[in-house]
Design a binder for this molecule. Structure first.
Ligand code: FES
Length: 107
């Protein structure tokens, strides 16, 4: 299992476990994490799974695809260099302990 820590805009933190291959978006929605909607179910067509990845965790992530990059242009909150769509982040051993910050709005 892969531990994922979600940090809310008010500083609250919650940690959940994901299975290998499960997206961070699914870890969030299956644990009813506020602020991660995942409206399209991971099809890269809604951008309601926007997160800011912690700087240390960022280094362990595979690069974004051009399609993810395109969708990051329509997030509700201005993206930063650490923005990702967490439906595209798949849990794996190398990502164990990943920390993501939830933006103030998703739409
Ligand atoms: S869940 Fe829709 S783009 Fe990630």
């Amino acid at each position: 299992m892969v531990k994922v820590t979600f940090i809310h805009p008010d500083g609250r933190q919650e940690q959940h476990e994901g299975s290998d291959g499960q997206s961070v978006m699914r870890v969030a929605t299956s644990n009813l994490v506020d602020g991660i909607i995942g409206e399209c179910g991971g099809d890269l067509s809604c951008a309601t799974c926007h997160v800011f990845v912690d700087e240390v965790s960022w280094r362990t992530l595979p690069p974004k695809t051009p399609e993810e990059d395109d969708m990051l242009a329509v997030t509700a909150v201005e993206p930063t260099e650490f923005s990702r769509l967490c439906c595209q982040i798949k849990c794996s051993e190398s990502l164990d302990g990943i920390v993501v910050h939830i933006p103030k709005a998703q739409r």
